[in-house]
Ligand binder design. Structure first.
Ligand SMILES: CC(C)(COP(=O)(O)OP(=O)(O)OC[C@H]1O[C@@H](n2cnc3c(N)ncnc32)[C@H](O)[C@@H]1OP(=O)(O)O)[C@@H](O)C(=O)NCCC(=O)NCCS
Length: 176
């Protein structure tokens, strides 16, 4: 399954081999790795190749929809994706390379993927979680329409090498 989302300044599409160099450059940042659960640090070319190699199977199974985030005129700036959870829900995850923080890119990309999920995949429930020391991610989710579901977790982050308190948020399609 192929897909592409275009916004005024972003293109969101499956990762291709040509993205790997920039992915390694931007993802190899402990302040990115610490805020997500499954990104090794240091982040190597092998990590990126192994990760991208799994994508076709996830897409074919309908369980994983990863998008490379490309800023027009600039190149790859991060990643956003949906991963199937139990029941009807998918989980939203994302990261942006440090040079591009604070430009509204995560908010634009997350909003575009939520719209795509509803329209192209008929997904009605999306969950997300963020570590409590990551208020910027909470704000991104709020801007897209997520609300806290009242639960929390204690998730392991490979980048931290330990567990940390996380807060859970949910988005529901009000028209479903
Ligand atoms: C968190 C992250 C995705 C934000 O990406 P971004 O493109 O800079 O986000 P945006 O510019 O779209 O929005 C950030 C919002 O957080 C706000 N913000 C930034 N730092 C903040 C802080 N310390 N406290 C509260 N809000 C903060 C910004 O003001 C902005 O909100 P606004 O538009 O209302 O002003 C990015 O920093 C990142 O990739 N971090 C590492 C990986 C990560 O955290 N992934 C998410 C895991 S849940």
């Amino acid at each position: 399954m192929d897909y592409k989302i275009e916004t005024e300044r972003l293109v969101l599409a499956p990762f291709i081999d040509a993205d790997i160099g920039r992915r390694v450059e931007l993802a190899n940042d402990v302040d990115v790795a610490r805020m997500v659960t499954s990104m090794p640090h240091p982040y190597t070319r092998k990590d990126a190749v192994d990760w991208v190699t799994k994508h076709d199977a996830g897409r074919a199974a309908g369980t994983d929809f990863p998008f490379a985030i490309t800023l027009k005129g600039e190149g790859l700036v991060g990643a956003v994706g949906l991963h199937k959870k139990e029941g009807p829900a998918f989980e939203l995850g994302y990261w942006i390379g440090r040079p591009y923080w604070g430009m509204g890119i995560a908010s634009d990309a997350a909003k575009a993927v939520v719209d795509w999920a509803v329209n192209a995949r008929k997904i009605t429930t999306i969950v997300a979680c963020y570590f409590e020391d990551n208020p910027a991610s909470c704000r991104v989710l709020e801007k897209v329409g997520f609300v806290h579901d009242g639960t929390e977790g204690n998730c392991h982050s490979i980048g931290r090498g330990e567990k940390a308190r996380s807060l859970n948020m949910i988005w529901r399609d009000n028209n479903a």
